[in-house]
Ligand binder design. Structure first.
Ligand code: GLN
Length: 195
């Protein structure tokens, strides 16, 4: 099994490293033909408008949408979450539009550009998960088919819709591989084992 990491812009190397640590073979995805090789995809953080533009330039938008609609599992982190969303608050920005979530970009404002906080994620067990937030989005609303995995105050910061997982923060910037493992559980059809 090979997992693709979308490699047009953003925190690509960190996801490759995390997956390699879990003994998963990775493919850097830049061309539509790269999609033929992969069983799942990670869309990393970065700048969502730039990633979206490069996806268009590389003719990846439609092939990617098609594969996702056919069931390709996707983990989207930060800008990756923005790209999965069907709606972006106060914006007509184009995304991939595959997940039934309304997302607000840069939701924590300029004053709080980046921060770290301990998150409770019941599906990952009782140990807290260190959330690294960098100009992070939040999910403002989900449709009933979307499972909320984690909230921070009133805000939803992690969610799952079938084989799509969207995280507002950056698990690849921590040593905690539980979210990558959780995603691989979805990809392989085995349940994630809580400690
Ligand atoms: N603010 C960025 C965006 O909306 C996301 C930031 C990130 O991925 N760290 O694209």
């Amino acid at each position: 099994m090979k997992v693709g990491v979308l490699a047009v812009q953003g925190a690509v190397a960190e996801h490759v490293q995390a997956l390699s640590t879990l003994d998963v073979e990775t493919v850097l995805v830049r061309l539509p033909s790269d999609l033929n090789e992969i069983s799942a995809l990670v869309i990393p953080g970065g700048e969502s408008t730039t990633i979206r533009k490069l996806l268009s330039d590389y003719n990846l938008v439609e092939p990617l949408q098609k594969r996702i609609q056919e069931g390709l599992p996707v983990l989207g982190t930060c800008a990756g979450m923005v790209l999965l969303a069907k709606k972006i608050a106060d914006s007509d920005m184009k995304t991939l539009g595959v997940m039934d979530i309304d997302v607000k970009r840069n939701a924590f404002g300029r004053q709080v550009d980046s921060f770290e906080t301990e998150l409770s994620v019941p599906d990952l067990g009782s140990d807290k998960f260190k959330g690294v937030f960098i100009r992070a989005p939040i999910i403002k609303k989900v449709e009933p088919n979307v499972e909320v995995l984690c909230t921070l105050g009133e805000d939803i910061v992690a969610a799952r819709q079938d084989k799509l997982v969207a995280l507002a923060f950056h698990p690849e910037l921590t040593d905690d591989l539980r979210f990558h493992n959780y995603f691989l559980g979805i990809v392989t059809g085995r349940d994630y084992c809580k400690k």
